[in-house]
Ligand binder design. Structure first.
Ligand SMILES: *Cc1c(COP(=O)(O)O)cnc(C)c1O
Length: 501
């Protein structure tokens, strides 16, 4: 398997090279030259446990890794002890819902958000990749985060030999629990810094540093090179493909679908377009999917794009109760458009330039038509997010977080609009409700305090559910990181941490 770039179809790199490099030199994203066809293998895969399935899926794409290497990566990343015992993901049906809905809980890992699914394994992919293409070098990971990625990356990379990690988050754009998770991070190779700006400012600052030639040289002189743990890295995206196959096969194992041809809907609360793109790749590999439902919060740039074919980021940015989706530039959309345009890297380069220069682009009628045939886009405002948290608790006895709530609400809109309530649906449940306690508790009853751990205890008491131990443990950890910098000084902060002039 070889990889090319969305902005240069002539490239031909190995998986280890694209994972080590993160982003292509001309600014494009790496994509596999073709998608393996696995439809015939589904009956063979049906009874595999999560780890075995992950290995066979990875073997399709990481052909320059030995099976022993893949085995080691998977066993380390998805050790049962890291995911509360048993399988790393759980599929929970909602029997009283208007649709045929199943929540795919992806948040049983160390940081209680779905990003653990990818970020527990990426450091292993990355250090093995560096061993093949850049032995002896230190990988410097820069992360821009809207909250969950940062913590998940810090946990994945902490004290991994041959790596350093630095995380930037928007000062007012993450939940109190997320902030505490990052500020208390342990590990000798980690750094955390708040930025005065929003997530897009943080992401733009990091992207600029990545492509700065002076910085690159300064790093090289010290035996270091940049790599990325953002969802633009192929090593982040690939692990996400696995759970769509796993949950589909689980529907079959539990008799909820009767054949391995039966199509399902997949619903994803979407920000940077990584998680839903992995579902799209799974379908291109042979997973039967009828519709991808792309759920946005009040920052509904994607919902508008899917309806109009115009991507327009020139709009007000809102800080919402689902902060991990507060994004106006969805980086991974580039990979989808590359596929839908018939791999037209020239058209794609044009659109991305228009986005960078004017803040807006419009895709061709043909691409728009293909997009709408596959994707349904909708959004959920703040009030409906809270209402859906409450209703799901009252009617289903299921406590969901605010991001998952956005997905549930948009799926109900989809059913209203299309009448498609029969098709079995997998809805990505992306965070533990206790990660966003303030908003979840606030949806159930008026808040009496803003103190995070008091609210957490109240939520436990009210719902008779238990907060994850990982979050409870934060209470007694010391604060290590308090630095806040203006966005223009992000590069200086990186230089300081790495000790380069
Ligand atoms: C990151 C995140 C999302 C959005 O996922 P993308 O891959 O960026 O679309 C949704 N929910 C939660 C809880 C997240 O952390």
């Amino acid at each position: 398997m070889r990889y090319k770039s969305t902005r240069n179809s002539k490239l031909s790199l190995l998986a280890s090279q694209v994972i080590a490099q993160g982003i292509s030199e001309e600014g494009g994203l790496f994509v596999p030259e073709c998608l393996p066809q696995v439809k015939e293998k589904l009956p063979l895969w049906r009874d595999m446990d999560y780890r075995s399935l992950a290995k066979v899926v990875f073997a399709e794409f990481l052909t320059d890794f030995s099976l022993e290497e893949l085995d080691e990566c998977v066993e380390k990343a998805y050790a049962p002890a890291k995911f509360g015992g048993g399988e790393p993901v759980k599929l929970v049906p909602l029997p009283n819902s208007p649709g045929n809905e199943h929540l795919l809980e992806l948040w049983h890992g160390p940081t209680c958000a779905f990003k653990d699914m990818a970020l527990q394994i990426l450091p292993h992919f990355l250090t093995k990749s560096m061993g093949k293409s850049a032995a002896g070098k230190t990988a410097v990971i820069l992360v821009a985060t809207s909250g969950d990625t940062g913590k998940a990356a810090l946990e994945g990379f902490k004290d991994v030999p041959g790596t350093k990690i630095m995380v930037f988050y928007p000062k007012d754009g993450v939940s109190p629990m997320q902030k505490r998770q990052m500020a208390t991070q342990e590990g000798e190779n980690v750094g955390v810094c708040a930025i005065e700006g929003n997530f897009d400012d943080a992401q733009t600052a990091v992207k600029t540093i990545f492509t700065d030639q002076g910085m690159k040289q300064a790093l090289l002189d010290k035996g270091m090179l940049f790599s990325s743990a953002n969802s633009i890295n192929w090593g982040r995206l690939l692990p996400q493909i696995v759970y769509y196959f796993y949950s589909y096969l689980e529907l079959h194992r539990t008799g909820r679908i009767s054949s391995l041809e039966e199509p399902i809907n997949i619903v994803v609360p979407t920000g940077n377009f990584g998680n839903i793109l992995a579902a799209y790749y799974a379908s291109r590999m042979g997973l039967p999917v009828k519709k991808f439902v792309c759920a946005s919060n009040r920052n509904k740039v994607l919902a508008d794009f899917i309806r109009t074919g115009v991507y327009d980021r020139r709009r007000e940015f809102f800080a919402t109760s689902s902060p991990s989706m507060d994004i106006l530039i969805s980086s991974n959309l580039e990979r989808l458009l590359y596929a839908l345009s018939g791999e037209d890297s020239q058209a794609l380069t044009g659109w991305m330039e228009e986005l960078a220069q004017k803040g807006v682009y419009e895709v061709s009628p043909l691409v728009k038509e293909k997009l709408q045939a596959l994707f349904y886009g909708g959004f959920c405002d703040e009030e409906a997010t809270a209402q859906t948290v409450r209703r799901t608790w009252e009617q289903e006895g299921y406590l969901c977080d605010t991001h998952t709530s956005v997905a549930l609400d948009v799926y109900r809109q989809y059913i209203e609009e299309t009448g498609d309530g029969e098709t079995p649906a997998i809805i990505a449940s992306t965070a533990s409700p206790y990660k966003f306690t303030q908003h979840v508790l606030g949806a159930l009853e008026p808040l009496e305090t803003m103190e995070e751990f008091e609210n957490l205890r109240r939520l436990e008491e009210l719902t008779r559910t238990s907060a994850p131990r990982q979050l409870l443990a934060l209470r007694d950890k010391g604060i290590r990181f308090t630095e806040i910098v203006p966005k223009e000084q992000t590069a200086a902060a990186v230089r300081r941490m790495l000790g380069i002039g």
